[in-house]
Design a protein around this ligand. Structure first.
Ligand SMILES: Cc1ncc(COP(=O)(O)O)c(C=O)c1O
Length: 467
């Protein structure tokens, strides 16, 4: 009971702060850039008793969407609010209402929205040099590569990390990983028999054809079949199945230590150790996809860092938080991989540009800080305790609390979409994953108070959907 009161108190404060108008009239600025001009009325009356009701059909936000949506390929089903500004863990919509963002742009804005230091670096580098191509050296691609290698080794992760390839996104990082592994297979076995790629159920590795071929989800694959040949699916955490799954024909095994899109499912240490052992037995390259779970999100620089060195990957892919919202991805590789890659084997026009690399250098410096990581672990405890209380209150709806650090999930017994909507209309942004999982991947700098606010609103939102 006491805990429930604590959440409600947080929630009441949240609702007060949500209805308070910020000193700066952000909306005028945001809408001017968005092209709505004078048509916006930020103080348009709301239609219901929730603090942030979704914009109505006759609202300026809806008018903007109606004007723009017909020109956008409909790859996403978006809710009605239009976001115009962000700061820390908060977003503001076009009607000047604030939302606590527990999605962080899908595990991207690890330092929060528009972190002032990040923005200052972005501005400074944009004035200095944005792009000169991979045909020439610049100061930042190499500096980022060295920092990623050094900090990874310091953190206890991938002990033999040696070199880095920088690209623009998570899918491209995995694409590079898969191509590098195929090349290793070709060098190790010139007969061409070592080309199979193994990945697991529930995995999400991206939308490009290679990464998609490793993402065995019919929803994503079927419209684009046929997939790239030579991809096999195994069962996540099934140690017994590994010998039959990973064979002499396998050139790569790709695995997420914690599946994000798959529903915040964690690989057991036993599985990751056995997988590495089997990959090495058959000479396959082991790829860890830490695009969502890496870079401090678990309270350690890498989610695999606690594993024994023999279970470390040969290739580690990263993106998302690497740019805090600026598009950048990378793969770290050991010498066993690097020495099989020749000039001309792979490339990218934008990847490794000085602007992205300088920003990523800043991000790695910040996210590798042990103090930040300890803070993530402490906040995780608080978050989990709050989620556990919510589970106690709604035992029929909430089956399990999952995850590590600040990649957490609530396994629900039914579709959480109504909760997502009810939370949004109360000023809280959360996302789903897997099958009926609510996913929480906030900024790593979210405060304890903000966690309390978020849990309070979440509890209210769940309660509202139960009535
Ligand atoms: C684990 C993982 N790998 C790969 C990707 C693909 O990254 P991107 O969307 O940047 O291409 C994602 C994106 O959600 C991801 O979570």
């Amino acid at each position: 009971m006491a805990s429930r009161l604590a959440l409600s108190r947080h929630s009441a404060a949240a609702l007060r702060s949500l209805t308070r108008r910020p000193a700066t009239p952000v909306i005028a600025r945001g809408y001017a850039t968005a092209g709505l001009g004078d048509s916006l009325n930020p103080s348009a009356p709301t239609q219901s008793n929730v603090p942030n009701p979704d914009p109505a059909a006759d609202s300026p936000s809806a008018a903007l969407v109606a004007k723009h949506a017909p020109y956008m390929v409909a790859t996403y089903a978006r809710p009605p609010p239009v976001f115009v500004r962000g700061a820390g863990s908060w977003l503001w919509d076009a009607a000047d209402r604030k939302y606590l963002d527990l999605t962080a742009g899908i595990a991207v804005t690890a330092l929060g929205h528009c972190d002032p230091e990040f923005t200052a670096i972005l501005t400074e580098q944009a004035r200095t040099l944005v792009h000169a191509s991979n045909l020439y050296y610049n100061p930042w691609t190499g500096a980022l590569s060295k920092l990623l290698v050094d900090k990874t080794k310091e953190s206890g992760g991938m002990h033999d990390a040696a070199r880095v390839f920088v690209c623009n996104s998570g899918s491209e990082a995995n694409e590079a990983a898969l191509k590098f592994a195929r090349k290793v297979g070709k060098v190790v076995d010139p007969s061409g028999g070592k080309t199979e790629v193994v990945s697991f159920d529930g995995a999400f590795h991206g939308r490009t054809m290679g990464a998609l071929s490793a993402t065995h989800n019919p929803k994503y694959q079927r419209p684009f079949a046929p997939m790239v040949p030579g991809f096999r699916q195994g069962t996540y955490n099934d140690v017994a199945g590994l010998d039959a799954l990973v064979t002499e024909n396998t050139c790569a095994v790709i695995v997420e230590p914690i599946q994000g899109e798959g529903g915040v499912r964690t690989a057991s240490d036993e599985f990751l150790v056995a997988l590495a052992r089997r990959a090495r037995q058959v000479g396959a390259v082991l790829v860890h996809d830490e695009i969502q779970c890496g870079l401090g999100r678990t309270g350690h620089l890498w989610a695999h860092a606690h594993l024994p060195p023999e279970a470390h990957p040969d290739i580690l892919s990263t993106a998302k938080a690497l740019g805090n919202g600026f598009p950048v991805g990378a793969v770290l590789v050991n010498e066993r991989v690097a020495d099989k890659i020749a000039v001309g084997d792979h490339g990218t026009t934008f990847g490794g540009n000085p602007l992205a690399c300088r920003l990523a250098h800043h991000m790695v410096t910040k996210l590798a800080d042990p103090a930040l990581q300890a803070d993530v672990r402490a906040k995780s405890e608080l978050f989990r305790a709050g989620l556990a209380r919510i589970r106690e209150r709604f035992p029929d709806l909430v089956r399990e609390v999952r995850g590590r650090g600040l990649i957490l999930g609530l396994q629900m017994t039914e579709d959480p979409a109504p909760v997502v909507g009810a939370a949004r209309e109360r000023g809280l942004l959360v996302i789903t994953a897997g099958t009926n999982t609510l996913r929480f991947v906030p900024s790593l700098k979210i405060s304890e108070e903000e966690i309390g606010v978020g849990l309070g609103i979440l509890e209210e939102a769940i309660a509202a959907t139960r009535n």
